[in-house]
Design a protein. Structure first.
Length: 292
């Protein structure tokens, strides 16, 4: 069986998601537009953004122009965005989604995630996300950065089980407990920062494995994600890397090398995990921070 960027996994509501896509975190609108167009040019079918990133407009423009350039349509690709911390709460979430769709120049997203579990709000946010799903504005719904305690609380109140939990996941942070708990509930883990924001790329052991397969360390890590059944969204704004990260389908890691990557786990999240009272500041700050 051969795999490529169109290889999909079926989520718990029957929707299928490409297993490998392009992230645009830390990119401004101009960079995100360019990255999405390059992604489309090199065969990517899944794109992951968020209101917090301040680049939904760029992603929307990149999709419109890029799809035209490659002769594909909106239905051919899979688009994810997320509910911003500052928009959480039932009514606030319902009020936020239309602006997001407008910036993305689409009537629906394929996956809508609650960006993180804002304390005291995420259950109400989820209720609104369920409404958005029922209204057809999201084909699948899920969460991001939910540990098991918060996920259990969500499940206690939800009528729809999240399809996805997007977590920081790379060889150093393998989230074993979260992965096991999510799997029990049919929730797929999607990896954000699968390259550790670049941190794992200089690891000498990984370099040795990479040399053996005549691949780069990034390709080894992404292939490990792929063979593990993890949905992954490496970010790059450079064409050569966007292309390189997608070139992982012509080799297979041995069981022994897969094991080597599993054994690198340190479970050290880079995140602010103890404080989910943070709502993320204003979106204008985000746009200012990344530049527009
Ligand atoms: P850039 O966008 O400048 O290419 P993650 O997705 O784990 O957060 O990692 C993304 C980081 O790693 C970004 O800083 C990105 O930078 C860089 N990056 C992405 N792909 C590669 C690659 N193939 N080789 C080296 N660096 C990469």
């Amino acid at each position: 069986m051969s795999f490529d960027l169109s290889t999909r996994i079926t989520l718990n509501n029957g929707t299928s998601i490409p297993q490998m896509g392009l992230g645009v975190w830390k990119s401004n609108n101009t960079q995100a537009k360019e990255a999405v167009m390059l992604g489309l040019k090199h065969g990517y079918e899944m794109f992951d953004t968020a209101k917090q990133y301040g680049n939904e407009r760029g992603v929307g423009e990149g999709l419109v122009e890029g799809l035209k350039a490659v002769g594909k349509t909106r239905e051919d690709i899979f688009l994810t965005t997320k509910i911003f911390g500052g928009d959480q709460g039932y009514q606030e979430t319902l009020d936020a989604i239309d602006g997001q769709l407008e910036r993305l120049q689409t009537d629906y997203v394929d996956l809508l995630l609650v960006h993180w579990p804002v304390t005291g709000k995420y259950v109400d946010t989820w209720r609104a996300v369920e409404e958005i799903y029922k209204a057809g504005k999201a084909r699948a719904i899920g969460v991001s950065n939910f540990d098991n305690e918060r996920m259990q609380n969500l499940l206690d109140h939800a009528t729809i089980i999240p399809a996805v939990n997007q977590m920081e996941y790379n060889p150093l942070i393998q989230e074993r407990d979260i992965l096991a708990f999510n799997q029990q509930h049919g929730i797929h883990l999607q990896a954000w920062s699968p390259l550790g924001g670049g941190a794992v790329l200089n690891d000498p052991e990984l370099k040795q494995i990479a040399d053996k397969y005549n691949k780069t360390v990034a390709q080894i890590v992404l292939r490990w994600n792929f063979q593990s059944g993890i949905i992954t969204i490496p970010k790059s704004v450079h064409e050569e890397r966007i292309q390189q990260n997608a070139d992982i389908f012509d080799f297979e890691l041995s069981a022994q090398d897969m094991q080597k990557l599993y054994s690198m786990n340190q479970e050290k999240r880079s995140l602010w995990y103890n404080d989910f009272s943070w709502e993320g500041g204003s979106i204008n700050e985000a746009v200012e921070e990344w530049g527009d």
